[in-house]
Design a protein around this ligand. Structure first.
Ligand SMILES: [Zn+2]
Length: 486
């Protein structure tokens, strides 16, 4: 016990002492910026990548699960009966007509057995079972599901890639297996929360009979309780996403409200995605509908894609008016200064930044001109996310590596990203507090590992204990390949 002092000077010193004790007991030890700079100077690209892979991370808040599957995972599930419920997939890989005469989305497109069996014999002749593709055909199939070539951009992404694999995604066993695969891969790179755009709509059994979302729910709950999935360490929560340009988008929005309201333990928000332009997908189209639905349901959080556009507009402002508290992308925010001012220094909305997506879909082909550092350093709450990482052939570490190398993030900026992502997740408060507390503990341990010995020794130690995994994006753009080829 500390005896209480009697003279005023002693009282002041005593209070300062207590403050000091209090501060040192509650604040997490922080790596100094000087040490972070020394580590960066000592690290070659592979060591820096390894450090960022091992870095404790928070959540990925902007993620489309259907677009997050590495083509190799799709292949593995598509060819393993134990992971696809005994279905068989066929690929249109051998063509009767010249390649130019076939819609690109139909080249190396995948269908399910029931669809194959319904084809006329002449059409069937163009298809090969996925497992029987030649090595060269398999490579074309894999590459056809990612943006890996110069010149592939928005058109390839929106009009071609999705159409090629959606039948695989309608298989309920495959869909759940891919969710598990994502959780494990994200857990391996230090992430603890995935708020993904994922639902149980559009499923069909191996005979093509539709499966109602409610009927698929027990299998989802069983998957989330599976020991290997729990061991990933990643807490998943879901959003229902409505395609904003669809003629019946208002009806879909009403269905989304009903679903989320009835399944609030797993589904935490509604999103709207798809092209904002062209006269159909603009935000204000939905204002009346949102107001009508808000009058019927207790609060449902909204994260809505907005400002994923080339030119200036007021879509982000209009999306705030819809009630969104998270904005997906926000690429053109700097072109709407009034809305930028509204978001700076406040908690009105969080911007979900997706650097690699914005580059590959050519919204910011030169990432050094991306507005992210302006958001980060002028007080717009924001964080890094993966969007459709399967199609970019990348992971969350690639986003961090991009930000650190292009924008020279300080240690406080870098580690604040994870904290901020957890704070802005839509998950229930109790779990959020736990994840935030865990994050501070994990970060403190990580910092003490980085602080020990010379910078080179610390990096060597970390490299010996970390097994990073990279995909094609890191290889193509930075020459980084983990695990290293034997
Ligand atoms: Zn998105």
């Amino acid at each position: 016990m500390v005896p209480f002092p009697r003279s005023p000077g002693r009282v002041l010193r005593f209070c300062l002492l207590l403050l000091w004790f209090g501060a040192s007991a509650s604040a997490a030890p922080t790596l100094s910026e000087a040490r972070w700079r020394a580590l960066r100077t000592a690290a070659d690209p592979a060591r820096l990548y390894t450090l960022l892979y091992a870095l404790p991370k928070g959540g990925d808040l902007h993620n489309h699960l259907a677009g997050s599957n590495l083509p190799e995972w799709l292949y593995a599930c598509g060819t393993d009966p134990a992971r696809n419920g005994g279905d068989v997939f066929y690929v249109r890989a051998r063509f009767a007509s010249p390649p130019g005469a076939i819609d690109p989305a139909q080249r190396f497109a995948t269908i399910r057995r029931y669809q194959y069996e319904a084809l006329p014999p002449a059409d069937r002749a163009e298809f090969v079972p996925l497992a029987e593709l030649t090595p060269a055909e398999r490579q074309i199939w894999l590459d056809g599901l990612r943006l890996d070539q110069p010149g592939e951009g928005r058109k390839e992404f929106f009009n071609v890639i999705w159409a090629r694999f959606i039948p695989l995604w309608r298989n309920p066993v495959v869909r759940l297996e891919l969710l598990a695969e994502n959780l494990k891969a994200y857990g391996a790179e230090g992430m603890v929360y995935l708020e993904t755009q994922f639902d149980l709509n559009g499923l069909a059994d191996n005979d093509g009979a539709p499966i109602a979302p409610e009927a698929a729910l027990p299998a989802l709950r069983a998957l989330l309780a599976r020991p290997d999935v729990v061991a990933s360490g990643v807490t998943p929560r879901f959003q229902v996403t409505v395609l904003r340009f669809a003629p019946d988008a208002e009806d879909k929005l009403a269905e989304a409200f009903a679903w989320v309201d009835a399944h609030r333990d797993l589904w935490v928000a509604i999103n709207m995605a798809g092209i904002e332009e062209d006269g159909f997908g603009y935000p204000l189209r939905f204002l009346e509908k949102f107001r009508e639905l808000r009058a019927r349901y207790p609060e449902i959080k909204l994260s809505i894609h907005a400002g994923e556009m080339d030119g200036p507009d007021h879509h982000i402002r209009d999306t705030l008016l819809l009630g969104a508290t998270r904005i997906g992308h926000g690429v053109n925010l700097l072109k709407d200064p009034d809305t930028l001012l509204l978001l700076q220094g406040g908690e009105r909305a969080y911007v979900e930044v997706n650097l690699i997506s914005n580059r590959l879909l050519q919204y910011t082909p030169d990432l050094s001109r991306h507005p992210f550092p302006e958001f980060l350093r002028t007080g717009v709450p924001c964080g890094l996310n993966t969007d459709d990482r399967g199609m970019w052939d990348s992971n969350l570490t690639d986003e961090y590596y991009t930000a650190v190398t292009l924008f020279n993030l300080s240690w406080v900026e870098l580690t604040g990203l994870a904290r901020s992502s957890l704070r802005h997740g839509f998950l229930e408060a109790e779990t959020k507090e736990k994840l935030l507390a865990d994050y501070e503990n994990r970060l403190a341990r990580f910092e003490s590992r980085l602080a020990e010995g010379t910078p080179t020794e610390a990096l060597d130690r970390l490299a010996a204990a970390t097994r990073p995994v990279t995909y094609g994006y890191a290889r193509r753009n930075w020459g980084l390949a983990f695990p290293a080829a034997p």
